[in-house]
Design a protein around this ligand. Structure first.
Ligand code: HMG
Ligand code: MG
Length: 328
């Protein structure tokens, strides 16, 4: 039996399914969630090239870095230098200030404001243990930290996204009750965030759970238009979970180019849903997203080379392997 690998630029057959959104926004987290877990320091210029290539591939939102404590995430200690480098070049210029960045607290916000950033993201936890591990706070005191952070960000005219982590399960506490997630998520939105990203930090969620969580938020007055879904692919459920999200009307999906990622403070967190795998699904369903798959795969294949290991993305492997064999 002969087997032909798909060539780079190949696309799945387009067969729309009824009842799904016509268009989704892909929120790219590769430079932040993807790189924050890398042990070896990635050179600043490599990070800048990664961001530039992702923007050039058509990703509408690229989360660039984190203004967290540099001791907690040494890989992203060069956040200010990265923004300055991106701003200085012709490709992005002032648009570098539109790239979202994580800020956990007022100190992080001050650092972002100094650079004129226009989009920040806070990140809360749905569980006590992860609030302690990731933020050195309790469920209650994380909100005390976020409250003035969001208030000042909004006063300064910034848009604020809020993440909530451990929405589907926690490596220390096990299953996380849905009402506990809704309570944390509502609190974050009520502070003044425009969007809530529901994080399956350790990738244990399954499709029915996604449906139930989105429905529970709707019952609490938070419709799917205010939600984003953030899946890690630890157990191979991310794309199935995206389909559940699409059926429930959610139109923003976080993903990481090449499937890079993990959280340094969550045991067993592996890479995010790979952006290429998401794009393949959306293309097959005929859902618009604006991303050039070939340019994205080439970027992830290049980044895999920089990091010295193959990409975990199935689509990058299927298409990137073919590309590696083609003549220069
Ligand atoms: P802390 O030790 O409690 O900090 O850490 P503090 O408030 O007590 O301050 C101690 C010192 O740190 C002070 O300096 C502050 O100024 C300084 P001193 O007065 O002693 O000289 N400091 C800072 N310096 C620079 N930038 C800052 C900053 N804040 C304080 N922003 C803190 C609390 C929140 C800072 C710490 O826990 C932290 O940085 N955590 C970040 C952890 C992290 O980045 N995790 C990964 C991102 S979350 C994620 O990946 C999940 C997600 O993808 C969704 C999902 O998958 O679920 C989003
Ligand atoms: Mg994450």
């Amino acid at each position: 039996m002969t087997h032909r690998e798909p060539a780079i630029g190949a696309l799945p057959m387009r067969v729309p399914a009824p009842g799904l959104p016509e268009r989704v926004t892909i929120y790219e987290v590769g430079p932040r969630d993807g790189l924050q877990n890398e042990q070896a320091l990635v050179p600043l210029e490599t990070k800048a090239t990664f961001v530039r290539r992702l923007v050039a591939a058509g990703l509408p939102v690229v989360e660039a870095t984190s203004f967290v404590h540099p001791r907690w995430v040494p890989q992203l200690a060069d956040a200010a230098e990265l923004v300055a480098l991106l701003e200085a070049d012709d490709q992005l210029g002032d648009r570098a200030r539109d790239l979202p960045v994580l800020v956990p607290n007022e100190r992080g916000l001050d650092r972002a404001l100094e650079l004129g950033m226009r989009h920040v993201a806070i990140f809360g936890s749905a569980t006590e243990t992860f609030a302690a591990k990731n933020l050195n706070r309790t469920l209650a005191t994380q909100m005390e930290m976020f409250e003035p952070t969001v208030a000042r960000a909004r006063e300064a005219g910034l848009d604020v996204r809020a993440y909530v982590s451990m929405c589907f399960g926690d490596p220390w506490e096990g299953p996380v009750p849905i009402d506990q997630v809704v309570t944390a998520g509502r609190q974050l939105l009520d502070l003044g965030a425009s969007q809530l990203s529901l994080g399956d930090t350790i990738g244990v969620g399954t499709a029915g759970h996604v449906t139930a969580l989105v429905e529970a938020f709707a019952e609490a007055g938070v419709g799917p238009e205010r939600l984003a879904l953030h899946f890690h692919d630890t157990y191979g459920q991310a794309l199935s979970n995206v389909q559940a999200g699409l059926r429930a009307g959610v139109t923003t999906y976080d993903a990481s180019a090449g499937g890079l990622g993990g959280c340094p403070y969550a045991v067993s967190a592996t890479g995010n849903l790979a952006t290429e795998d998401l794009v393949w699904l959306l293309d097959g369903l005929g859902i618009e997203h604006g991303v050039d798959l070939g340019a994205l795969v080439a970027t992830s294949a290049w980044m895999a080379g920089e990091l010295g290991r193959p990409s975990p993305s199935a689509v990058v492997r299927a298409l990137g392997a073919d590309r590696a064999q083609s003549p220069a």
